[in-house]
Design a binder for this molecule. Structure first.
Ligand SMILES: [Ca+2]
Ligand SMILES: [Ca+2]
Ligand SMILES: [Ca+2]
Length: 161
């Protein structure tokens, strides 16, 4: 009976609660949203984030955002174009993508659930003054597929391309 009950429990593996509303990648006691994403991608606690681990990283990872407004301010692009024959319009440039969650958009390279307290109370925004603002999230699988769920929050002020 006990085993059956455990089997029915929802999987909750690495759960990281963000405890800073500002942006940053700093080795201190606080865990920003960006640092939480870096931790999930790496499968390890980084920069002051400490996952509540009921199972190993990579099983059913979750980032929790309490009510509040979380502001991204570290701009920067991690995509570019490789156009070897710029003069020839028939040669399409190829996109070069080097996902770097430390700058600009938050590149998600591992499956994750990002959960706010509700779209009316949890907001992620880009700082209007940020140099080179970007999207919010960029889902990027090096190989295979990854599953990303974002729920219970509002995104405002980001780039859409
Ligand atoms: Ca930190
Ligand atoms: Ca990106
Ligand atoms: Ca990025």
């Amino acid at each position: 009976m006990v085993l059956a009950a455990l089997g029915a429990a929802p999987l909750q593996a690495a759960t990281i609660v963000v405890d800073s509303s500002t942006d940053g990648v700093i080795d201190d006691a606080n865990c920003t949203l960006r640092e939480a994403v870096l931790s999930i991608n790496a499968g390890a606690d980084l920069h002051g984030c400490a996952a509540d681990l009921t199972d190993a990283y990579g099983t059913s990872d979750t980032i929790v955002l309490a009510a509040g407004t979380y502001t991204l301010s570290i701009g920067g692009a991690d995509e570019g174009f490789n156009d070897p024959d710029n003069a020839d319009p028939a040669v399409e440039p190829t996109v070069t993508n080097t996902p770097d969650a430390e700058i600009g958009d938050l590149d998600l390279t591992a499956s994750v659930r990002i959960v706010g307290a509700g779209s009316d109370v949890t907001t992620i925004q880009w700082d209007a003054e940020a140099p080179e603002p970007d999207r919010f999230f960029h889902v990027y699988a090096d190989a295979g597929t990854i599953d990303v769920t974002i729920e219970g929050l509002t995104l405002t002020g980001g780039e859409t391309t």
